[in-house]
Structure formats: C-alpha cells, structure tokens
Ligand binder design. Structure first.
Ligand code: CA
Length: 474
C-alpha cells in the first residue's frame, strides 16, 4: 500500500498541547485534560449522513461535527453488530480476544475481568457517565456503575421502545420517562455536560437510534412527506431526532465554554441492517455491499468522526482506522499512559491526525464472527461472508462463502473477486489472518438465533402498544 496517499496533509497539528495528568494539588496554570465525548449511533447506514452524500435525510448537526473535525473514509468497527463493537470500544481490544464474539444473552455480558475506558478515565480523575444503551450484561456485577461509570441513565439491553420507560433506569433505579427516549438521552447528556463543566469528564452517549423498533414522533414523521417508503420515512424521523440531540449537546459545549476542551468521537456501532427477512430499519449502506451481521463493508465500515476544535484541523483521513483506536486516542488525550500489560489493540490516532506521524495506523485490520472473517491490509481485503448477505432469502446451504479477494480502492462495492487472479495475495492475507486468529479465545457464548439481541426477556405491554400505534408508521 501507499500509506502517504492515505493522509490528506490538510490535517495538521494546531497545538502541541500535552494534557497534564490530573493530580491532587496540580498547579492551576497547567492545562486541564480535555473532556471526552464518545457518541455512538446504532445500526446507521453508511450512506445515511449528509457528509457521505445523503440527500433525503438532513443531518445538519452531524455534518457540522464532521466539518469541524476529521472525517474518516475507512472508519471501521470490530464487530458487525451491537454488543461486540461496544465491548471492543470500551476495552480497546479485539473483543474476540476475551470471548465476546457474539451478542450476549441471559446472564452473559462483558467479562468482569476486563477493564473499561470508564475505569481508566475514572482512575485518572474524570467524572464518568453513560447515557443510553449498555448491552454489556444484565448482572448486577456487570452494571455500568460497576464498570467505571459513576452515573448512568439508560437501559441495559440491546434495544428498547422509544415511547415507553419499561427498562429505563437512573443509576440502578427504574424511572418513569415521558420523553421520546432519543430526546431524553439528549436531555440527560446536556445535563451531564452542564453538571460537570468544572471538571474533566467522560461521557459515553450511546444512542439506540436508529435500531429497531421503528418508533418516531408524529411531528418528525410529518417532515418527510416526500419519502414514500414508510420504513425509510420512520428511519429518517428517528435519524433527525438523534441529529437534533447531538446539536443540543454541541450547543451546550459552546455555551459552557467547553468546545475547544472536548474531544468528540462519533461512530455507528455497525452498518445498517439491510438483509430482508432478518431485521431491517430502512438504512442504506451504499455504495458498500452487505449488511449489519456481515463482514462485508456494509457491516463494518461506518460513519466515523473525530473532532477536537482548536487542536485538530478539520480534514479527511483515508487510512483505515477502527473503533478500538478511539479508546487509546481518548487515553492519550487524557494523558493516561497505556501500559503494555493492558495488551490494547487500538492505536492513538492523534499523531496521525496532526501529521506528526505519517503512514497508516495499522498494518492490517481483522474480523471474525463465527465462520465469517475478513482482513484488510492496505487496499486489499480478504473476506468470507454470510451467504445471505445478498440473496435475502433466509435459506442457506453453507454458512459462509469461499474466500473472496477485493481491491477496495478500485472496488469499494466488493463486486470484482480477485481470488482466482491473485492467489498469492489471497494466501498472504489468509496467512496473516490465521496468525491473528490463533491469538483469539473460544467464544464465551454462542451466536444467538434471535439477531436483534438481548431483549431483557420482556415483551411489550399494553401501554407500549397503545402509545406506539399513534406514531409508528408501520
Ligand atoms: Ca447496532
């Protein structure tokens, strides 16, 4: 590969600020470490943001964030669905290393032997909070407040109604939430940012938007008379709710004087679910091929932005990066030293974004989800993916395809298989993947037959049905 081509040199270091580690009695003249705001969308399509060219859904606040920061064209997640990506994000390690390969069910969750980003930033003196979706276990010992988050407002499962407070808690106490949950999560994020403006803080704002169930408010649905497809219209209405919430959050940062002292990262946890017959939400991953739950690009390449106004010059970053990097990047910004024994897989992106380092952050990126696999090294990708990714039939003779080789620079849509033409490249990538695969753990639990993930064993009650009929466009 040609690493230099991956970085547009417009991304420059504006400040050589080295944040001081927080310590009691630190001199007041020291620059305080920045706040860390990690925003995660859920099941968003790669195509469905204005900064990727989306035309039918306006995302002005996400576009403004991207324009104020660095937009990644090859930003990836290590899991093609919800919980594994979150496990990787919060630990900074490929989640398959500790067996968190699939969505957990029942009593399973992020192993308590793992340390989270919240644990690390809390130890560095940060105020820590999670607003939104957890999806890393229901057991009391796995509760966010046992995993480094001092404050919690949200739900523990993998999905939730947007009109019902069935499983919403503040800390460990169930609450009666009257707002549409995306609005509520925006409200709680704003309150957290205002509450902690005097101290460094870490906020993990994990929306469940735009995951199913497809619930939107009537006023937002009314903004899309031109979208004929009802599911896409609902999706659009859910997207703009999240976009508005992010706008409120950024407005609060500006109003409280925290704009240039807050590192903001935004990703979707996986690609849009587009395989008919499983779960779909109206997302589009074009021009990428494939869906959530596949190791094709559509499952793993996502909208990905890192913004730190006044410190990172806005630009575009072309080299592959992965959500594991955000963990290490956040630690670096906070002045937390990464210890070798932590065995993190993420890379600090800051020197690459400032131009201090050139080249690619990673020699290769890797994926495994059961028998699906992928490796991207430079422009080349080797992949074995779910056979249903294209057929959309729900019937399969074999679980995965044979190994396919693609040149993503020339073929972002993964249509021209080079496996027969370039057998040496195929063998090289397979060998590299095999070496990585040999370092992984046996999955701690199996792949659930119910793809949407953990529903907390609860079925929607009568109130749920009554409320959602009013605004659900189905
Ligand atoms: Ca998801």
């Amino acid at each position: 590969m040609n690493p230099c081509s991956c970085l547009r040199l417009g991304v420059l270091f504006l400040s050589l600020l080295a944040p001081a580690t927080i310590s009691v009695g630190a001199a007041p003249t020291q620059t305080p470490p920045p706040n860390i705001l990690l925003i995660v969308g859920d099941d968003m399509g790669y195509a469905d943001v204005g900064f990727h060219g989306c035309k039918d859904i306006p995302t002005p606040n996400l576009d403004a964030l991207a324009a104020a920061g660095v937009r990644f064209t090859s930003g990836y997640v290590s899991g093609p669905y919800c919980s594994p990506t979150r496990a990787g994000l919060l630990t900074g390690k490929y989640q398959q290393r500790f067996g968190h390969e699939f969505n957990p069910t029942g009593s399973d969750g992020l192993p308590v032997t793992e340390t989270t980003l919240a644990d690390r930033l809390k130890a560095a003196g940060y105020a820590t909070g999670l607003v939104g979706k957890w999806h890393l276990g229901f057991q009391p010992k796995m509760h966010p407040q046992q995993r480094g988050f001092t404050e919690f407002y949200g739900f523990l499962g993998g999905e939730h109604s947007y009109f019902d407070s069935t499983s919403i808690q503040r800390d460990t106490t169930p609450v009666k939430e009257m707002d549409y949950t995306t609005d509520a999560f925006g409200r709680e994020a704003v309150a957290f940012i205002q509450r902690h403006k005097e101290n460094p803080w870490f906020l993990y704002l994990a929306f469940n938007a735009v995951h199913t169930p497809m619930h939107a408010t009537a006023d937002r649905l009314a903004k899309f008379p031109g979208i004929a497809d009802k599911q896409r219209r609902t999706y659009a209405a859910m997207m703009i709710a999240m976009d508005e919430a992010i706008g409120h959050v950024r407005q609060t940062l500006a109003q409280t004087g925290q704009e240039t002292n807050t590192l903001i990262c935004f990703i979707s946890d996986n690609g849009g679910p587009t395989m008919k017959g499983v779960t779909v939400n109206g997302a589009s991953n074009l021009p990428l091929r494939g869906s959530k739950r596949t190791t094709l690009e559509g499952g793993i390449r996502v909208p990905f932005v890192v913004a730190w106004p006044g410190h990172l010059k806005p630009g575009v970053f072309y080299s592959p990066a992965i959500q594991l990097d955000l963990h290490v990047t956040a630690l670096a910004a906070a002045g937390v030293e990464v210890k070798p024994e932590w065995q993190l897989d993420g890379v600090n992106l800051l020197p690459f974004l400032t131009g201090e380092k050139t080249g690619a952050p990673h020699d290769a990126l890797y994926w495994r989800l059961g028998q699906q696999m992928a490796i991207r090294a430079g422009d080349y990708k080797l992949v074995r993916h779910d056979q249903n990714a294209d057929t959309q039939t729900g019937v399969q003779q074999q679980p995965v395809t044979a190994a396919k080789l693609y040149d993503l620079r020339r073929d972002i849509g993964e249509t021209n298989d080079l496996a027969a033409a370039q057998p040496e490249k195929l063998r090289e990538l397979q060998t590299r993947w095999n070496k990585w695969n040999a370092t992984l753990a046996t999955p701690l639990w199996g792949q659930s037959s119910t793809p949407p993930g953990n529903r907390n064993g609860k079925k929607p009650g009568a109130g749920f049905k009554r409320k959602t009929r009013q605004a659900n466009s189905k």
